[in-house]
Design a protein around this ligand. Structure first.
Ligand SMILES: C[S@@+](CC[C@H](N)C(=O)[O-])C[C@H]1O[C@@H](n2cnc3c(N)ncnc32)[C@H](O)[C@@H]1O
Length: 522
């Protein structure tokens, strides 16, 4: 039986056969063979829960730590039993293989994650990440301990295919024992060496080279509970720490933008506008897509789950479009007001903001004496030298799910908020939702039921709260990823006769795919 050997000898990097080199991002292709000795998952602890790992957008990745063997096995060793043939564990060469979306489909990730167990012998085919591989290719002097560490450090290997060659059999092989701390422990680190322990980074160049191995506690808090025993690097100089912290955050954001980038999105992933401008970008998009006149039809735009009301305010202020905001938050436009104030655009004191609401907002009082809607005065976001005649109304409520059947929603007449909501659902021009969280399905369903145009920019899936299924090519599929959600919402829209749906991408960071569908003319 062949254990821990590596296929092909064309080119070797840390004992791994490199087969070919393609592209600028990807390094050589290679096949690893080894024993699975540990798992690693995405760095954020809240995603460490197994079943959620593979469904959380942007964090669909895991590592398999493979114990490789450097020297080729002799024929004699080939015939040995697993235990006899196993090299001393402390000399084991550990190579992490990263498996991630979108290099692999979510289904493949799930399969590998759940079917490979510790102790199994596996072959993994994939490619080396070029930058890391180059760093590990040892061309420089070994005199500097930092360089020594860098050159001996393993490269990052991206798994594309994995196969279990032999499963660890507990009843025959006993309990499998992992090498402790394999994944985070650099291979050259000597536990007793003072050289490594508490190693201090002294200049920016070293900091940049070792950015993957910075202690995150230290980066965030300037201290670390593990002190000198920490396996990662600490930075004592406050100025350097600040620079590294900033770089670390930038690198994380960049990585997130790259991993969440949709290949159909025409905007380059690293030069999109800040997500803080998403409301004005979306408002501009709506005006371009529908035109001001159409948006102002009936009671105007119905902005569901609009949070602080930024999109409504933008439409009202910049384009004179009437809007109704449906949002359960109580502080909606006060937050907007407070924020403008902090930016120095309002002279009012904090308490005045509260008074402003009661003195400036006019409340529409219904027959039963309740006030389901607050009219937000346009003066809140004043237009320079112009009198703004458009209005924003705020219905302080959630939009309930449209689970009452295919007919337009009729709320109880005793429920003034519900009554008003039902009325605005019928009389609005377009229904919109920018990152509407749990309201996504409700917006789409109500828009279809009431034959309204809609523009929705979905964000989170809420897989555990909302179970959604749809049929693709006769196969029932469950919505577990963002891509699934988009497909599911499109399929639902297209299931209504004469309805079309368009997917477009807005130029801001984060979830930026907009689903746009116009009402049918019938
Ligand atoms: C992520 S925030 C987005 C806010 C805003 N659209 C933005 O992009 O800044 C989602 C908002 O949806 C609201 N929300 C959640 N479910 C809702 C529902 N069923 N009806 C109305 N609003 C809802 C929440 O109160 C929250 O303010």
């Amino acid at each position: 039986m062949t254990l821990w050997t590596v296929k092909s000898t064309e080119k070797r990097v840390n004992g791994v056969a490199a087969i070919s080199e393609i592209g600028s991002m990807r390094g050589p292709y290679a096949t690893l063979r080894g024993r699975l000795c540990g798992y690693g998952v995405s760095a954020r602890s809240k995603y460490h829960v197994k079943p959620r790992l593979l469904t959380t957008d942007g964090y669909r990745l895991f590592f398999l730590d493979l114990e490789l063997e450097t020297p080729e096995k002799t024929d004699e060793q080939e015939d040995m039993s697993v235990d006899e043939a196993q090299p001393p564990r402390d000399k084991a060469l550990i190579q992490p293989a990263i498996f991630r979306y979108p290099e692999l489909s979510v289904e493949a990730l799930s399969l590998y994650y759940h079917s490979i167990r510790k102790g199994d012998i596996v072959t993994v085919a994939g490619f080396l990440e070029l930058e890391t591989w180059r760093r590990g290719s040892a061309t420089e002097t070994q005199a500097d301990p930092l360089k020594e560490h860098m050159t001996s450090r393993s490269f990052l290997f991206h798994g594309l295919r994995a196969e279990v060659v032999r499963s660890w059999n507990r009843s025959e092989d006993g309990e499998f024992k992992s090498v402790p701390g394999v994944r985070t422990k650099p291979k050259t680190m000597d536990d007793d060496s003072q050289e490594w322990k508490g190693h201090i980074i002294r200049n920016e160049e070293d900091a940049m080279k070792l950015r993957d191995q910075m202690c995150k506690y230290w980066l965030h808090y300037g201290k670390c509970p593990k002190g000198n025993h920490c396996k990662y690097f600490h930075i004592e100089n406050a100025q350097l720490l600040n620079i590294c912290r900033q770089r670390w955050i930038e690198a994380r954001l960049e990585a997130r933008q790259l991993t969440s980038h949709d290949s159909a999105d025409p905007h380059p992933p690293l030069s999109k506008t800040s997500r803080h401008h998403r409301a004005s970008i979306f408002a501009h998009y709506l005006v371009k897509a529908f035109g001001v006149e159409n948006l102002n039809q009936g009671t105007g735009v119905l902005d569901i789950a609009g949070g602080k009301g930024d999109v409504s305010m933008e439409l009202c202020k910049e384009y004179k479009v009437n809007c109704t905001l449906v949002e359960p938050r109580e502080d909606v436009w006060l937050v907007g007001l407070g924020r403008k104030k902090r930016k120095g655009r309002s002279k009012r004191e904090p308490d005045d903001a509260m008074n402003t609401r009661s003195s400036m907002a006019s409340e529409s009082v219904t027959d039963d004496g309740e006030s389901p809607v607050i009219r937000v005065p346009a003066q809140i976001y004043p237009c320079e030298n112009q009198k703004n005649e458009a209005t924003v109304d705020h219905i302080n409520s959630v939009l309930p799910p449209a689970s009452q059947g295919p007919r337009p929603l009729h709320f109880s007449t005793h429920d003034s908020v519900g009554h008003l909501l039902a009325s605005r659902l019928r009389t609005c021009s377009v229904m919109i939702g920018l990152h509407p969280d749990q309201a996504t399905d409700a917006i789409l369903d109500h828009a279809l039921i009431n034959n309204k145009s809609f523009a929705i920019v979905p964000c989170c899936v809420f897989k555990r709260e909302i179970q959604r299924e749809w049929i693709v090519d006769g196969i029932r599929k469950e919505v577990s990823t963002y891509q699934d959600l988009i497909q599911y919402l499109c399929a639902k829209t297209l299931s209504v006769p004469h309805r079309h749906v368009k997917l477009e991408w807005l130029d801001f960071q984060g979830r930026n795919c907009v689903l746009l569908s116009e009402a049918t003319s019938s």
